[in-house]
Design a protein. Structure first.
Length: 321
């Protein structure tokens, strides 16, 4: 088994304060990591701050914080604060996010995403070491910023990446990559780009899991998730690059024609089964291990479709389950 086994916070089905007992139990179940996301639920840092107190043994990570929706200095301060609160246990995952989140929801231009991530990584490297930064980058300018809180151990910076350019950036200038919406087999395609220069670069994979769901229910929910995500331009381009153009082409056409029902029907069962794990918990654990076997360093379960109490599902997916 992999040395790392993570889960996404917050876990669905529980309010944020009610997660305390579950989070505190994770290390005894074999979980090593908790990772947060930031879209339209919680921010990326608050659930991790709580977890740092509730379960001091866990590693904490963001997967991811968008580089457009916080200014560079604010992002550095947030990262430094959590790194100082949980010394040696925090990893900062950053990425472009999507035009939907950046432009539609935050009214910020989604321009030159590759350069924005690259520039942010370079700025963070200096800022998190406590250096005074006065620099004109391609996508923003910082004049005279010096962080007053500098963690004893700067956190590793990982880059959310899909296609070769960003995957190479994650390996070249970051400490590794954060990937999602890919199958275990797809890991064999993306991992070599991250590890062109260093075979030990970390790869964190967010993996969507629906343990215990019957196939019809899991596929129905999986189709809705796939339609919502893979019609976003960056994810469509990713899956075209991965070779799913023929499988997903009918869905993309129906979606562009405005026929949402036809788009859902057009998504093949095989694609859903590749991208959204479902079935008995033991089967899901085996599928997660396939990601590790193909090159993932840190698998991070994203529990979806849970109804009622999620605690038994979290227990069932634990490596000791």
């Amino acid at each position: 088994m992999t040395k790392r086994w993570g889960i996404t916070l917050p876990v669905g089905g529980l309010s944020l304060p009610d997660q305390r007992e579950l989070v505190a139990s994770l290390p005894d179940l074999g979980y090593t990591d908790v990772w947060s996301a930031e879209a339209n639920e919680t921010d990326a840092f608050t659930p991790l701050a709580l977890a740092s107190v509730w379960a001091p043994a866990l590693r904490l990570g963001t997967a991811i914080v968008p580089v457009f929706t916080r200014g560079p200095a604010t992002l550095a301060m947030s990262a430094a604060t959590l790194a100082a609160a949980a010394p040696g246990r925090f990893a900062l995952g950053i990425g472009t996010s999507s035009d939907v989140i950046v432009e539609r929801w935050n009214d910020i231009p989604f321009q030159e995403p590759y350069k924005r991530v690259r520039d942010t990584v370079r700025f963070l490297r200096a800022a998190l070491r406590g250096e005074k930064v006065t620099e004109t980058y391609d996508t923003f300018t910082v004049r005279g910023f010096t962080a007053q809180l500098v963690p004893d151990e700067p956190p590793p910076v990982l880059v959310a990446a899909l296609r070769p350019g960003m995957l190479r950036l994650a390996g070249r200038e970051g400490d590794g990559a954060v990937v999602n919406w890919l199958s275990a087999q797809d890991v064999r395609t993306v991992a070599p780009y991250v590890r062109e220069r260093d075979p030990d670069k970390e790869i964190v994979a967010r993996i969507f899991v629906m343990p215990g769901a019957d196939p019809d229910t899991a596929r129905a929910l999986g189709r809705r998730m796939i339609a919502a995500y893979l019609n976003v331009p960056v994810y469509r381009a990713f899956h075209e690059w991965l070779g799913r153009g023929d499988d997903l082409g009918p869905m993309w056409k129906a979606w562009s024609d405005g026929d949402r029902a036809a788009a859902l029907r057009a998504i093949p069962d095989a694609v859903v089964d590749q991208l959204v794990l479902h079935g008995p918990a033991a089967h899901c654990r085996e599928r997660i291990q396939h990601y590790v076997d193909n090159g993932v360093t840190t698998p991070v379960i994203h529990l979806v479709g849970a109804e009622g109490d999620p605690v038994p599902l979290v227990h069932g997916l634990a490596p000791t389950g």
